[in-house]
Write a protein that binds this ligand. Structure first.
Ligand SMILES: Cc1cc2nc3c(=O)[nH]c(=O)nc-3n(C[C@H](O)[C@H](O)[C@H](O)COP(=O)(O)O)c2cc1C
Length: 180
């Protein structure tokens, strides 16, 4: 039986520094991982690191001439889960509104796979009515969420918006895979 396939979409949150651990944990569970990133995510983690760990090319720029020849869009069709982790407020907004202007939001619109988002942001961003409305829209369309948790945030304040631990996110992915 072929391995389950997860597309990991990484966005511009400080929590993107945990994406490499997420890739490792998923691969340890026997999952085939393909990463796509927003250009802003590359401020926090390099495509090179994610490509090295996943063993697959990582697309950050959808207009990169090599991107047209990479299997990502086919993978988007065949993926078992599309995991967006961390999911920034901006990416959540784009997905909710159907604005496909980077590889993560484009994959969101292109895939038929179940979508799991792990938000990460300051509590003021998470609590904002705009974000809450976008989350509500996505939930009504079947998108599943893991977190965010309550706890210390990147600026040492406390609040809701904390990125779930990679182990918890992987468990949520496994739960979806087990139902397929
Ligand atoms: C140091 C730093 C940390 C940031 N952390 C977050 C974050 O945790 N969550 C978030 O939603 N935005 C965060 N932002 C803002 C996003 O990077 C910004 O909204 C960006 O447009 C997100 O783009 P993307 O969703 O296309 O990756 C941060 C910005 C900076 C400069």
């Amino acid at each position: 039986m072929s391995k389950p396939c997860v597309i990991l979409g990484v966005t511009g949150s400080i929590a993107a520094i945990k994406a490499p651990k997420l890739v490792r944990l998923l691969m340890e569970k026997g999952v085939d991982v393909h990463c796509v990133m927003t250009p802003n995510a590359a401020h926090f983690v390099t495509p090179f690191v994610l490509s090295t760990l996943s063993g697959a090319p990582v697309i950050t720029d959808m207009f990169d001439s090599t991107a047209a020849h990479l299997p990502h869009l086919k993978v988007a069709e065949e993926a078992d889960v599309f995991l967006i982790a961390p999911a920034s407020a901006a990416t959540i907004a784009r997905c909710a509104r159907g604005v496909a202007e980077d590889m993560v939001s484009l994959t969101y619109l292109a895939t038929k796979a179940p979508v799991l988002m792990a938000p990460a942001m300051h509590d003021t961003m998470w609590d904002h009515p705009a974000t809450q409305e976008n989350v509500k829209i996505l939930k009504s369309r079947g998108v599943q969420f893991v977190g965010p948790g309550i706890g210390p945030l990147a600026d040492n304040t406390q609040g809701e918006g904390r990125f779930s631990e990679p182990e918890e996110i992987v468990s949520a992915v496994e739960k979806i895979l087990s139902k397929k």
